[in-house]
Design a protein around this ligand. Structure first.
Ligand SMILES: CC(C)(COP(=O)(O)OP(=O)(O)OC[C@H]1O[C@@H](n2cnc3c(N)ncnc32)[C@H](O)[C@@H]1OP(=O)(O)O)[C@@H](O)C(=O)NCCC(=O)NCCS
Length: 163
């Protein structure tokens, strides 16, 4: 039986717990409903990489009657461009039919507890500037702009240009 996370996430018929391999199909279906893309291999790989290793957390929100209705994935990352170990959240989803019931908040709180118990004192995430829904959610949790900046450029012309 997957381990329940903390003690305060049990509320009504909702439990927040560590994901099990048996949850992968349900997470794949949920992500497909959210993003419109069905990626079974990706989610199997995500479970392999984040569902069973220290300082990596793949949590599930499960309703007694509704099954898997949310997920969140995070990990402790260290020393990227000099950053001391900190928590990173890089995947989060709640069933569209179950939103605005604080399920996302409970997943976020459970993840913060896991990360804090791993010894880090900061949690970070990254999202598109125009992603108003996720921005509103993370801001509601108390997250604010941090000290890092994301840079990027096109790799057009690099492939096959060795030498
Ligand atoms: C962001 C998300 C996780 C929020 O889940 P949720 O369970 O509905 O969130 P909560 O009920 O805990 O909301 C907490 C706060 O977030 C903010 N918020 C959430 N949804 C919002 C919305 N649609 N509009 C404005 N603010 C919103 C509110 O401040 C809310 O507090 P309030 O209800 O007291 O006003 C959910 O909308 C979701 O799954 N979005 C898609 C995520 C995604 O793009 N995933 C891609 C795959 S990784």
């Amino acid at each position: 039986m997957p381990e329940a996370v903390g003690t305060t996430e049990l509320a009504g018929d909702l439990v927040i717990r560590a994901a099990a391999v048996a949850d992968v199909p349900a997470v794949t279906r949920l992500d497909s409903r959210i993003t419109g893309m069905t990626k079974p291999d990706y989610w199997a790989d995500m479970f392999e990489r984040y569902g069973k290793r220290p300082n990596r957390f793949f949590l599930i929100a499960e309703g007694e009657d509704s099954g898997v209705i949310g997920f969140i994935i995070g990990e402790v990352r260290a020393w990227e461009f000099g950053s001391p170990p900190s928590g990173w959240i890089f995947a989060l989803g709640v069933d569209p039919a179950a939103r605005l019931n604080k399920i996302g908040s409970r997943l976020f709180e459970a993840m913060c507890r896991c990360l804090a118990e791993s010894g880090v004192d900061t949690v970070r995430t990254m999202l598109a500037r125009d992603d108003e829904l996720n921005m509103a959610f993370f801001r509601s949790q108390g997250m604010m702009g941090g000290p890092f900046i994301q840079l990027e450029m096109s790799l057009d012309g690099f492939a096959g240009s060795h030498g």
